[in-house]
Design a protein around this ligand. Structure first.
Ligand SMILES: [Zn+2]
Length: 74
């Protein structure tokens, strides 16, 4: 099932996994809750309290919408 492992977002100081980016969205897990966020995210490492920030590569949905090019000739 782990076909798309995504991009790991790790603490820049101790390497603790903070989240995983998939499809332009950052997946965060906290206990039984899961979050999907876009844009610039800042997190405090629960291990070393280092502040880490990352920006997702999302917000490119405009290009997907354009793929619906009307083509004649069925
Ligand atoms: Zn850390």
């Amino acid at each position: 099932m782990a076909k798309n492992p995504g991009r790991c977002w790790r603490c820049r100081r101790c390497g603790t996994l903070l989240g995983v980016e998939r499809g332009g969205k950052l997946h965060l897990k906290y206990k039984n809750a899961q979050y999907m966020v876009e844009g610039t995210v800042t997190a405090v490492c629960h291990r070393c309290n280092e502040l880490s920030a990352m920006m997702t590569t999302g917000s490119r949905q405009d290009q997907d919408a354009r793929s619906e090019t009307p083509r004649s000739g069925a």
